[in-house]
Design a protein around this ligand. Sequence first.
Ligand SMILES: *Cc1c(COP(=O)(O)O)cnc(C)c1O
Length: 350
Amino acid sequence: MPSPPPDPALRLRIDRAALAANWRALDALSGAARAGAAVKADAYGIGARLAAIVLREAGCRDFFVAHWREAAELRDLLAPQDIAVLHGPLTGDEARWARAAGVRPVINSLAQAQRWLEAGGGPCHLMIDSGINRLGLPMADLGAEAIARLDIDMLLSHLASADEDSALNPLQRARWSQARALVPHRRASLANSAGIALGAEYHGDVTRPGLALYGGVPRPEMAGHLRQVAWPQAAVIQLREIGPGESVGYNATFVAPRRMRLAVIALGYADGYLRCWSGRGAMRWQGARLPVIGRVSMDMSVLDAAAAPDLAEGDWIEADYELPAAAAASGLSQYELLTLLGRRFGRESG
Ligand SMILES: *Cc1c(COP(=O)(O)O)cnc(C)c1O
């Protein structure tokens, strides 16, 4: 290849300052605790390496990923012991890899504890299940001999319903406190983004926001503290005019009521702009609103360009993607809206 290929006709605009400001806001809301950062799933689609650089610069020290590969991707940017791998060691090989890499496994079961000790052990985190009944050591196993032999840095638990005012929140907090009294550890952590808003009793030493770092608003009272971080943008790859009665896109779900000028953009469901936006989403160009008409297809969507008579091929438009509003409009969660954003985006940060 003579030179790198041209940039893609879609990109994510990333506001690095907003990401850093969100971390600082969540760190302040965490009171005496220090905010960490969930950077799993490519930092919720934002780009894990970019997020790690910005968050470390802002002052973040504790980073959480789900998979070993996600830890490996960040190892040259972060101190390995600052990377916690939530899924823990499923095999002896994984335990040995964690030891060699120096990253901190999160131990989630007696079997994982034994595996870690057999591989040589060393500092680790321990996730206890206080009621989400997903991944984590059952409370009943807290007294086991293998747990007593662990060198536990962080004692974790995870809230199931922190984004609601649920009786499960105080129940989980009480069980986490009980576990803290039983098992020696250096630091304790319970709250995800929404949990931070539940108050000081939920903070421990380290909080673990993910969604809110990237501009999601898990509880309405957090809205004023958080800024949107990512906006999908796409280039207009074709403009066309159609007459009344002509249809647009697969299955002809839209029929033009009048003569119309259409803009075709390089953003489709393979990029995470799902078909639920068909006839419902909108894009912005210089303040004008351009509704999505017809079906979203794999690599493209079609817009009604009536509000933007000066729009030209090659111009960039930006999706209406303000997370709480987009979640309400699409029926997708704010988490899905972020993590769907595909790998074809160029990432432009400023
Ligand atoms: C994903 C995750 C988080 C972050 O949760 P948000 O709701 O995105 O803030 C925190 N802790 C654990 C264990 C997680 O899996």
